[in-house]
Write a protein that binds this ligand. Structure first.
Ligand SMILES: Cc1cc2nc3c(=O)[nH]c(=O)nc-3n(C[C@H](O)[C@H](O)[C@H](O)COP(=O)(O)OP(=O)(O)OC[C@H]3O[C@@H](n4cnc5c(N)ncnc54)[C@H](O)[C@@H]3O)c2cc1C
Length: 303
């Protein structure tokens, strides 16, 4: 892709062009980012956002890329991967936890358990960041982000110098949804309220049990994006797909997982187009059988 604007020399260490985004998604697919950076500190993020504003480029944010299907043609403008913005602070007496946007949510769950804080045990098997969990209202095993999130520190990329706080009640949380899926705000950090005073060994045991039950029933060893479709509650997308005999169905290198029918795995050489085509076929088959349209949970970028 052509580079429309030259970054200043101070940005050159962090900013790169033509970066393959398959290296930044758990599906291991996706074309190149026109411009790409992984800021490790707030000041670096701010400088990148100011440059992108001056250059008039589109902006995309990635966390761990564990819920993203990025087009084979790649992404125009600036792609920021925020997973290096890590760190967390705990007030074990009161139950307050503050975490940077790039902190892995399983790491946070483990640290909370060790501090005797209960409320994040469900999060241990979700391979995303705190920022991505807030945007997606990630959840598992009966818990979700909205249950324990107090507030977010965010910024509007159109006014990057003015970060502000959004209370959880302002985030429009619903099943795998927050208003951040429509509003292009950048999540900087999150404040959680957990339950203090628990036995660390007991919370750790519950957390480990949750991880074990997932890794034994889901294809964690193959590149995927977790559940592809939202559950059409009270029905389960995986059950509908499995009952139609679609486990193992393949297009190119994309396959409906033989282990869990709501997962599409990359068997080695999948393209984003293969995965998108397989998603469409599954939707058509389910709709033909049940007059019900499955809606993807994964976010598409660049299509
Ligand atoms: C094996 C596997 C199992 C999974 N299991 C579950 C599960 O049980 N439950 C569940 O809910 N999900 C699950 N997922 C999906 C995924 O891990 C979650 O949706 C996770 O919350 C995504 O976080 P992320 O950091 O990877 O976000 P990404 O996938 O990088 O991004 C997701 C969305 O958030 C936005 N975003 C990310 N970070 C920021 C930020 N700092 N500021 C602004 N926007 C941002 C992106 O632009 C995008 O729109 C699974 C995925 C895999 C691969």
């Amino acid at each position: 892709m052509a580079a429309p604007v030259s970054p200043s020399s101070s940005l050159r260490p962090s900013l790169r062009s033509g970066v393959p985004l398959r290296d930044f998604t758990t599906w291991k697919v996706g074309g190149e980012a026109e411009w790409f950076a992984e800021p490790a500190a707030g000041a670096e993020l701010l400088a990148l956002l100011r440059w992108r504003l001056e250059a008039g480029l589109p902006l995309q944010c990635l966390g761990a890329g564990s819920n993203l299907l990025i087009a084979d043609s790649g992404l125009a403008g600036l792609t920021l991967c925020l997973r290096r913005l890590q760190g967390s602070r705990f007030d074990a007496q009161e139950g307050w936890v503050e975490a940077e946007a790039g902190e892995p949510i399983p790491t946070l769950a483990r640290k909370a358990a060790r501090a005797g804080l209960s409320g994040l045990e469900w999060a241990v098997g979700i391979p995303g960041t705190v920022g991505g969990a807030a945007v997606m209202n990630a959840g598992a095993q009966g818990g979700c982000t909205a249950d324990c999130l107090h507030s977010l520190q965010v910024l509007d990329p159109a006014r990057p110098d003015q970060p502000f706080t959004l209370a959880a009640s302002e985030l429009g949380f619903a099943y795998r949804h927050s208003r951040l899926q429509q509003d292009p705000l950048v999540v900087l950090s999150a404040r959680f309220r957990l339950e203090p005073g628990h036995d660390p060994a007991a919370v750790t045991a519950r957390t480990s049990a949750n991880l074990h039950s997932r890794t034994s029933t889901q294809p964690y060893q193959q590149p995927s994006c977790g559940s592809v479709f939202r559950n059409p509650e009270p029905l389960k997308a995986g059950r509908l797909i499995e009952d139609l005999g679609l486990k193992g169905l393949s297009i190119g290198g994309a396959q409906v997982s033989p282990l869990h029918a709501n997962f599409i795995v990359n068997t080695g050489n999948a393209t984003a187009a293969d995965i998108a085509a397989l998603i469409a076929v599954v939707q058509e088959r389910v709709e033909a059988a049940h007059q019900l349209r499955l809606h993807p949970e994964v976010k598409r970028l660049g299509f």
